[in-house]
Design a protein around this ligand. Structure first.
Ligand SMILES: [Zn+2]
Length: 296
């Protein structure tokens, strides 16, 4: 089971979140049929969702990341919840899967794009919603989110989300680290941590199986930390037959009846998780009849 740890350094100047997301990323890639560079893109985004939703430590919190740039994969969407559930997808997949360069940390910018918009929406319960927007510049997912935290949320931060692939382009390991300094801390503290997190050391470390606890020591340059909380993570979607029917009902009674007379069943696919729902003709007719009754 993937785990996330929240901690604070011994000097109480840095807040740290580490997450091992290997199972989450594998499941997301399995559902969407992704490998190679696409797996790295979705994996970095899912991992970022897991660590960034922890900022308020509220189980009801929900965070949505929407990154829309000019690369071939189109919009990258992630929806993460404070209870550890996360889901996400790419708008388009590449016609031919691409294995990323063999460097420890491959660049994904050619596929994500280097010009666009990154929007973060936080639901913090009680209908309070907060939204922030920055431009996409690096196209590497985590680096743009790191800049977002500094610019839009004014939190000096270091964010690294890594997906290490095996020789076949399948997900070997995935993990993320978020460090933030408290107001009044020396800016050199986060600069040193950031330089360490963005080198080749982290992906190299992940070639071996590492726990979230070991990643804490790495993030804090070997310093001790105090554990503030831990939770489990999973790829989980909120879709279901009822949601699929709700999508179909937006077509209106006439079109639903027409759909029922076409040969074969109607399939509704959830874009977030790839799950398909089959709706049979008699269910469509019942839905159309209900819609007419509600309208009359
Ligand atoms: Zn779904």
């Amino acid at each position: 089971m993937d785990r996330l740890l929240r901690g604070i350094d011994g000097a109480r100047t840095v807040r740290v979140v580490t997450a091992v997301t290997t199972e989450v990323v594998r499941e997301g890639c399995r559902r969407h049929g992704l490998r190679g560079v696409e797996a790295v893109i979705l994996g970095r985004a899912l991992t970022a969702g897991c660590v960034l939703v922890t900022l308020t430590k509220n189980d009801d919190e929900r965070l949505r990341i929407s990154l829309q740039a000019d690369g071939p994969v189109g919009r990258v969407l992630v929806d993460a919840r404070g209870n550890g559930d996360v889901r996400g997808c790419l708008e388009r997949t590449l016609e031919v899967p691409v294995d990323p360069a063999t460097s420890l940390r491959p660049s994904v910018a050619d596929f994500v794009g280097r010009s666009g918009r990154l929007v973060l929406t936080r639901d913090v319960g009680l209908e309070n919603q907060y939204q922030g927007v920055v431009s996409v510049e690096s196209g590497e997912i985590d680096l743009d989110l790191e800049r977002y935290l500094g610019e839009s949320e004014q939190l000096p931060s270091a964010l690294a989300c890594e997906v290490v692939l095996d020789a076949q382009g399948e997900v070997l390991r995935a993990a993320g680290i978020l460090c933030q300094t408290f107001p009044g801390s020396e800016s050199s503290t986060i600069d040193e941590i950031r330089a360490n997190m963005h080198g080749d050391a982290l992906p190299a470390l992940l070639r071996a199986d590492r726990s979230a606890d070991e990643l804490m020591g790495f993030a804090l340059l070997g310093d001790d930390y105090e554990l503030m909380g831990e939770s489990s993570l999973r790829f989980r979607c909120t879709c279901g037959v009822e949601r699929a029917m709700a999508v179909v009902s937006t077509l209106g009674a006439d079109d639903i009846e027409a759909l029922a007379t076409e040969p074969g069943d109607t399939e509704v696919r959830c874009s977030y998780c790839g799950q398909s729902y089959t709706i049979e003709p008699h269910d469509l007719l019942a839905l159309a009849a209900r819609l007419r009754k509600e309208r009359s």
